[in-house]
Design a protein around this ligand. Structure first.
Ligand code: HAM
Length: 450
């Protein structure tokens, strides 16, 4: 049997209902903050990620799905989307459009990590980026928008962790100190960190190896090396968060695993997620556009891990209703006309054959009114068909047979209440259609028919 590849998975109904709800809500919130959607390719030139995310990061060193193109060149399935957004910003000269560039995206990312709860090799991100301002007011608005989204989704128990990792003015001095410190204790670190200590010492702080943690704990903190401008940016952001009554915790050791960050970095963690507890991460990348050959264009953004977001909603007891089945249309007869059996009136066979066509038309009319309708797929005894309708949790069963076609009145059964009434086609459409006054969720009471 062929199975889905390790670290990938199918999301099935009814879980997709919650995914769709989360995505619809995100779009609604983003649009209310004046973001537009960007759809980008799923693969890019490898160099885009190597340069933006950084050669020394775990993502680029170990986790990318990279392959040679037939025409030469190296391509990579995107491990994240910020690099692509900035690439598109430069390629389409988006700075020439009025106002800030505010974009959001929803889609799959690929990282070859060790799969576990909340960590997959194909996962989905819901992200947003603002390019064109370095004002801390933008940082505050981005964080407010995130809180708004998490609140509206009903996610409780998320904690905002914030840090500043400085900029091109102050970070070199910090890195120098870090290198000095690491040079002293490097031999006690894991092989990866021994290399990072020389090549990109900030990445030592991402190390997850338990034995390295006591050494990492004692390393100097970027927070204590911030220059005046970075300090003022952080102070101003913290003030804006207090003004908006947004709770947060400063986490001086949080550096995030990507090289493009400057100044503000943040994560939202959820206590129910276990080891992979970051629901989302983000930060500023004021130098990324220039690094990719674009103009000076400071930016900030975030990506929500949608898989983890949905998981933490489920852990918090939030569920989305799968679209309910409104009507199960039952027909009694045969699908194709057949010659009349001996002793059977010719019109009887024709009427039975007609029942399917008649039922199909009624089903189409109901569907056109926005109702969810299942048409019985093959001939069945009435009792069996009604059982099917109940199993599929239809609210109503509509029965179409010879007598009904002749009289033009059809039994419509409310399956939850066990009530049944005979109605004409027009009465049924009026009674059930949302446009007819009653929403499908609460149709008018249908009295019991003996
Ligand atoms: P990131 O922290 O690498 O940042 O990923 C953001 C979120 O994606 C994580 O917090 C997590 O929820 C989710 N995520 C990452 N890897 C996996 C995985 N293997 N399985 C499931 N979920 C995962 C970025 O990607 C940046 N582009 C964020 C950003 C946007 N910064 C500025 N703008």
């Amino acid at each position: 049997m062929i199975r889905a590849i390790k670290g990938t998975r199918d999301i099935l109904p009814a879980e997709t209902a919650l995914w769709n709800r989360v995505e619809a809500l995100a779009r609604e919130v983003f649009v209310s903050y004046n973001y537009g959607e960007i759809r980008m390719p799923i693969f890019e030139e490898t160099e885009l990620f190597a340069r933006s995310v950084g050669e020394e990061t775990d993502i680029v060193r170990k986790e990318m799905y990279t392959f040679a193109d037939r025409e030469g060149g190296s391509l990579t399935l995107r491990p994240e989307a910020t690099a692509s957004v900035v690439r598109a910003y430069i390629e389409h000269r988006l700075w020439e459009r009025p106002g800030l560039t505010k974009l959001y995206y929803i889609g799959p990312m690929f990282r070859r990590e060790r799969p576990q709860k909340g960590r997959y090799r194909q996962f989905s991100q819901i992200g947003a980026e603002v390019i064109g301002s370095d004002s801390p007011a933008v940082d505050a608005e981005v964080l407010e928008m995130l809180i708004e989204l998490l609140d509206r989704a009903g996610l409780k128990g998320c904690e905002l962790r914030l840090n500043s990792i400085g900029d091109a003015a102050c970070r070199p001095r910090y890195l120098e100190r870090l290198r000095e410190e690491l040079a002293r204790g490097r031999h006690r670190l894991c092989p990866d960190c021994q290399r990072r200590a020389v090549a990109n010492p900030l990445r030592v702080l991402d190390c997850k190896v338990a034995a390295d943690q006591p050494i990492i704990e004692k390393l100097p903190r970027m927070m204590d090396f911030l220059c005046g401008a970075c300090r003022a940016h952080l102070d101003s952001l913290e003030q804006a968060l207090r003004d908006r009554a947004i709770p947060y915790a400063v986490e001086p050791r949080m550096v995030r695993g990507l090289d493009y960050y400057t100044r503000t970095t943040f994560e939202f963690v959820h206590h129910r997620l276990g080891a992979q507890n970051a629901v989302l991460g983000g930060g500023r990348y004021d130098g990324l556009s220039e690094l990719l050959g674009g103009p000076k264009a400071p930016g900030i953004g975030f990506s929500i891990g949608e898989d983890r977001f949905v998981l933490s909603l489920q852990e918090s007891g939030v569920e989305a209703e799968q679209g309910a089945l409104d009507v199960y249309v039952i027909w009694i007869g045969e699908e194709q006309p057949r010659p009349a059996q001996s002793g059977e009136a010719a019109w009887g066979a024709m009427a039975r054959a007609a029942a399917f066509g008649h039922a199909a038309q009624l089903a189409r009319d109901l569907r056109r009114r926005g109702l969810a309708v299942e048409l019985q797929p093959e001939p069945r005894k009435l009792r069996r068909a009604l059982e099917q309708a109940s199993k599929q949790k239809a609210r109503f069963a509509l029965i179409v047979g010879e007598n009904e076609i002749r009289s033009g009145r059809y039994p419509l059964r409310d399956l939850a209440r066990g009530e049944q009434r005979e109605l004409s086609r027009e009465e049924i459409l009026r009674a059930l259609s949302p446009a007819g006054g009653a929403a499908p969720a609460s149709p008018p009471a249908i009295p019991t028919h003996p």
